[in-house]
Design a protein around this ligand. Structure first.
Ligand SMILES: *[C@@H]1O[C@H](CO)[C@@H](O)[C@H](O)[C@H]1NC(C)=O
Ligand SMILES: *[C@@H]1O[C@H](CO)[C@@H](O)[C@H](O)[C@H]1NC(C)=O
Length: 542
């Protein structure tokens, strides 16, 4: 029996509509819960708005060099043609980091001197090489272009603290595989950026470097875990950065900071050097992926990151948008997460109606009812990841004890963030998900989605219930990131696309999802949305 048929059969047997007189009762209770939940959300936000105030903060200044506003591919093009030197470009981004970093706290370690030397070497090479610009583009597509990566991704000689106090002086011995690939493509690493403790929270805050602030409004979070990356890129302190995503860690910060982020089909990019991974672990949900301000950077950047696995993708295939079958879903249906707010729903609808005009076939609204288990499924699959949180937090020196650490935290004696303590309680104290249920539900949801998407379908999905939230408020709403995490469970490729700013000046956005290995469809749709709705809108005057 084909996978899709198995899915269908299960669906029929387990999703029989509730019959009889109880149905209106359930509906009523559910509506009441959604109402209460919305009221609680409202109270949290009103409370935070009294508490947080950034009216006296310094506005992020405009850029001094116009090339700081260019895409990575355009910078590469101009460096190749010697219209601007690599040294000027690298120096420009370094100056920009000096200008903005005290306002947002994104960059946590740097190698500015070494990067400038590498840039001068690139300029000397360009002055003497016999290669044509076309040949250079093929061999070294990002020659001379600066880039950044997160603290947790190994870069030889740079700090790799993972946000743990016990590792505050640890430096990586060698480059992660993705860093090697980007350097081979000509990229020049300038700095590494902030993350949550052990990458496991939806805010980039730790006890080594503190908290990263959102450039659109410093009272809001940048998300996590690639939060330092997304915020420094959004403020034009870096043209491109390597993110990693195990539960939304590329897409969430990209969304909160109004830039593009792509979580590739899982399993194509080497994980060696991503936190403490050796690259040999099997079946992980994590994947590295690109973060950038411009949709046109996504494809060449991804092309570099997948290395030899490029043949598994169809990155150079011509995509005809009118032949794509579009689907959309307006909410996950997970009753633990907040309701998708009006402006986020409108952002999705704007994309839907845009493709309604372009696509030959009508855009279809769909409902995958198992999406309501997004959080539970992710929670289960996290227990199958090849690491033991209590050991990892102790950094190889024994095991962190949940209760002892909780007590220490309450007494103000803990080295760990509250988020890590919550993660420990969630992992070792609360009841775990039923594995049989979780695995069969995952399989059913995946086969339902694949059946719909086929080889030419794209799903438009909300990024999150609302735009960038206040610092710490995620601790009160820990389920909302299920909107991102479900696609780690399903290992599907997803592009996070900015869709303009709301009335408070915070970025809106949507997720664009496709079947495995159809990353090129997500990216083609992202490019079209950028053309139609403007893409990244800078958090500073231009
Ligand atoms: C940031 O948000 C706060 C609280 O909502 C608001 O008072 C402030 O005006 C916002 N700042 C900017 C620069 O928009
Ligand atoms: C290709 O993918 C495999 C897993 O599917 C991975 O182990 C390998 O490192 C990847 N190769 C490169 C060059 O990234």
């Amino acid at each position: 029996m084909a996978l899709s048929e198995i899915g269908k059969e299960r669906r029929e047997s387990t999703h029989r509509p509730k019959e009889g007189s109880l149905r209106p009762f359930y509906k009523c209770i559910m509506s009441l819960w959604i109402l209460i939940h919305s009221i609680i959300d409202c109270i949290i936000d009103v409370f935070c708005s009294f508490f947080y105030d950034d009216s006296k903060r310094t506005q992020i200044p405009g850029v001094k060099e116009s090339f700081l506003m260019e895409s990575a591919v355009s910078l590469a093009e101009r460096i190749r043609h010697k219209e601007v030197s690599a040294e000027e470009v690298v120096q420009g981004f370094i100056n920009r980091i000096h200008e903005v970093n005290s306002l947002i706290n994104s960059v946590v370690d740097e190698r500015f001197e070494a990067a400038l030397q590498e840039a001068r070497d690139v300029d000397a090479f360009l002055a003497s090489t016999k290669l044509t610009a076309e040949e250079l583009k093929l061999q070294k597509p990002f020659l001379g272009v600066p880039f950044t990566t997160k603290d947790s991704t190994a870069v030889q000689g740079m700090r790799q603290t993972l946000g743990l106090v016990s590792r505050q002086n640890v430096k990586a011995a060698e480059d992660a595989d993705v860093v090697i690939l980007l350097k081979k493509a000509g990229g020049i690493l300038i700095a590494v950026t902030n993350i949550p403790e052990y990458n496991l929270w939806c805010e980039s805050r730790n006890n080594v470097y503190g908290q990263t602030l959102n450039p659109y409004n410093t009272t809001r979070t940048v998300g996590g875990s690639s939060g330092g990356e997304a915020s420094i890129i959004a403020t034009s302190g870096s043209p491109m950065g390597i993110g990693t995503d195990i539960g939304g860690s590329i897409r969430m910060p990209a969304f909160y900071c109004g830039i593009f982020g792509h979580k590739p089909t899982t399993g194509l990019i080497s994980t060696k050097g991503l936190s403490k991974r050796t690259g040999q672990e099997e079946n992980t949900m994590v994947t590295a992926g690109p973060l950038c301000r411009y949709a046109q950077d996504l494809l060449p950047f991804l092309q570099v990151m997948v290395g030899n696995n490029i043949s598994k993708l169809k990155l150079n295939a011509e995509v005809s948008l009118k032949d794509i079958q579009f689907f959309y879903m307006e909410k996950s249906g997970d009753l633990r997460s907040s309701s998708v707010c009006e402006e986020m729903r409108l952002a999705l609808r704007r994309a839907v109606s845009h493709f309604q005009d372009i696509s030959k076939s009508p855009v279809q609204k769909v409902k995958f009812s198992d999406m309501r288990y997004s959080f539970k499924l992710w929670r289960y699959w996290m227990t199958r990841e090849p690491f033991d949180l209590a050991k990892e937090l102790a950094d190889g020196k024994g095991t962190v004890s949940v209760w002892k650490e909780l007590l220490r935290k309450l007494l103000g004696q803990s080295d760990f963030t509250f988020a890590s303590i919550m993660n420990l309680v969630n992992r070792y104290v609360l009841p775990q998900e039923n594995s049989e249920w979780a695995e069969s539900t995952t399989e059913r949801l995946l086969s339902e989605i694949l059946e719909k998407l086929g080889d030419n379908g794209v799903l438009l999905y909300p990024s999150h219930p609302f735009p960038a939230v206040y610092h710490y408020s995620s601790l009160l709403r820990p389920y909302n990131f299920g909107y991102w995490a479900v696609f780690n469970v399903l290992k599907l490729p997803v592009t996070q696309v900015p869709m303009g700013l709301n009335k408070d000046g915070l970025p809106l956005g949507i997720q664009v999802v496709a079947a495995p290995y159809n990353d090129h469809l997500c990216i083609a749709v992202a490019r079209e949305l950028q053309k139609a709705f403007g893409g990244w809108g800078p958090p500073f005057p231009v």
